[in-house]
Design a protein around this ligand. Sequence first.
Ligand SMILES: Cc1cc2nc3c(=O)[nH]c(=O)nc-3n(C[C@H](O)[C@H](O)[C@H](O)COP(=O)(O)OP(=O)(O)OC[C@H]3O[C@@H](n4cnc5c(N)ncnc54)[C@H](O)[C@@H]3O)c2cc1C
Ligand SMILES: NC(=O)c1ccc[n+]([C@@H]2O[C@H](COP(=O)([O-])OP(=O)(O)OC[C@H]3O[C@@H](n4cnc5c(N)ncnc54)[C@H](O)[C@@H]3O)[C@@H](O)[C@H]2O)c1
Length: 455
Amino acid sequence: MSERADVIVLGLGPGGEYVAGALAEAGLDVVGVEAELVGGECPYWACVPSKMMIRAGNALAEALRVPDLAGTADVTADWSKVAGRIREEATDGWNDQVAADRLGAKGVRLVRGTGRLAGLRRVTIGDRTVEARRGVVLATGTRPRIPSVPGLSGTPYWTNREAMAAADLPASMIVLGGGAVGVELAQVFARFRCAVTVLEGQDRLLAQEEPEAGELAAQALRADGVRILTGIRARRIIHDGTAFTVQVGGTDDETLRAERLLVAAGRHADLAALAVETVGLDPTAPAVPTDGRMRTPAEGLWAVGDLTGKGAFTHVSMYQAEIAVRDVLGRSAPDADYRALPRVTFTDPEIGAVGLTERQARAQGLRVRTSVLPLASSTRGWIHGPGGEGFVKVVEDADRGVLVGATSAAPAGGELLYGLSVAVHAEVSVRRLMEMIYAYPTFHRTVGAALGALR
Ligand SMILES: Cc1cc2nc3c(=O)[nH]c(=O)nc-3n(C[C@H](O)[C@H](O)[C@H](O)COP(=O)(O)OP(=O)(O)OC[C@H]3O[C@@H](n4cnc5c(N)ncnc54)[C@H](O)[C@@H]3O)c2cc1C
Ligand SMILES: NC(=O)c1ccc[n+]([C@@H]2O[C@H](COP(=O)([O-])OP(=O)(O)OC[C@H]3O[C@@H](n4cnc5c(N)ncnc54)[C@H](O)[C@@H]3O)[C@@H](O)[C@H]2O)c1
């Protein structure tokens, strides 16, 4: 005999947890299925613990700037403080009871286990079957992509999971991948005295962002002692019981050695594990296709979060979750709009970006004007001195006279991004933006100057 519910939410990460809670609060009978921890990757193994590490690493780095600015500071890095804060404050020892209780208080029936689709509006969890009167929401996220480098499989490599749970840091580490995970963690581990080498297959770090962002990240990481190898791939990986040896490039002579290897080579959604073929979707696809209301092509099936492939960010998952909730409830809402998608890489300096890069804008056939101004060209950047590296880049659709993209790299580049996000989202004309008063002396005066320098 199968159980029934109005809606089944599969996966309770940031997106699924929001959908389940909001639909239950709206009076629907909701079953939420979670294989691991309610809250998902973000609070336990991703955003939150990594940002706690970064906050600590930034405190160390700022202390090291004291001699240039204010006298002397005697600082000793101690990873146990970071590990303790992550264990006690962030993850409650990787225990989700508080989150599960919160969801239960909203009326969600939590089912612990791994769910699979079994046809339209039907989910199985082990030998249990739940049928949904209204529909199913997929929110199962992604897993680390493990590259098929010979020798890697079977070695005790780390992913973000082991990195976030590390009670101690190794003396040395090779990071495979120079995207957001790789650069954020490489910098913070280096600041805690781990000798880090980043190996990135493409020709620069943060390859999906502006080239200036990758250059700045490389410069910042090198200043912290990180060795960066770009345009180079691992050919073979060996673990001898105590350390990793990575053969890179064309000859066996080129080898790197380190105590730990962190795989930070992207993420993938496992649609086959969800049995999406039972509802007519392609299990080999990289993402679940969704329309502007987060509906999939299958009847009564919505999807939100990383597995939709629209941007692997918690804010995307939450944004989509709100849209899905309204659609499930039959309430009208604007369609999902990713034109002004913001992202922030929390290196020091932080690198914020919104909308299109210059390259993407040109690829779309837009007539593009751009400008890049260093932060140091503003009074505030100059006053800030050490640690004040950064730039503002703006990308204009010259025919419409509006910004379609921007990058803000600065000590608080993610916060500096806010005004630029408003400009791209609301399509405020560049002429109107240039009529604004920019407070003195702020980092964001660089935005005003960059607009004036558009060519
Ligand atoms: C190191 C790191 C740092 C990050 N930092 C940031 C950041 O600073 N800012 C940001 O915006 N994003 C960040 N991200 C990305 C962010 O973590 C993800 O975008 C976000 O967690 C995705 O949310 P989601 O709703 O798709 O689900 P997820 O968080 O991926 O959760 C999915 C849930 O579904 C469950 N599940 C999976 N399959 C099943 C199944 N078959 N049955 C039942 N349950 C299942 C899983 O156990 C999991 O709990 C970071 C990622 C990493 C790896
Ligand atoms: N601050 C944030 O918002 C934040 C932080 C971390 C992660 N995230 C999200 O998590 C997702 C995953 O992050 P990620 O850094 O793992 O993925 P990513 O896709 O951003 O970067 C992976 C990098 O690994 C490289 N790579 C892949 N295979 C390789 C190989 N065999 N050898 C060398 N290099 C290789 C790729 O060229 C790429 O540059 C990101 O898409 C991002 O959206 C966000």
